[in-house]
Design a protein. Structure first.
Length: 115
């Protein structure tokens, strides 16, 4: 199994290297390579909110999943104090993490308005 993973890893690395060498060979032979800007921004004040919105888009479902997992741990604890504590901590930390992400979003909005 490990040999197959190592073999596929090296095939991936050499495939990526092959793509890059072909691109640079095309550029060296008089052709030009243009890389599109995926964010469509030219300055930091445009990039930071887009990155934070992307993180928020990932954090919302992840927070919901963690709250569900904490609730599951609480329901299946069967009175075990350690499992109850783990479930409560999971829900608490998921909520704190989501609040931090929301605060980062609002702080970036405030900073972009200031500058």
């Amino acid at each position: 199994m490990m040999k197959n993973i190592k073999k596929s890893w090296w095939l991936f690395v050499f495939g990526v290297l092959g793509i890059y060498t072909r691109s640079f060979a095309a550029a060296g032979s008089g052709g030009s390579i243009e890389l599109p800007n995926p964010l469509g921004c030219d300055n930091v004040s445009c990039v930071v909110p887009k990155i934070i919105n992307f993180i928020l888009m990932l954090a919302a479902p992840l927070c919901a999943i963690m709250v569900l997992w904490g609730g599951f741990l609480l329901m299946t604890s069967e009175g075990d104090p350690e499992k109850v504590s783990t479930g409560r901590k999971t829900i608490l930390y998921a909520g704190i993490g989501f609040v931090v992400i929301l605060l980062a979003n609002s702080v970036s909005g405030l900073l972009s308005n200031m500058f």
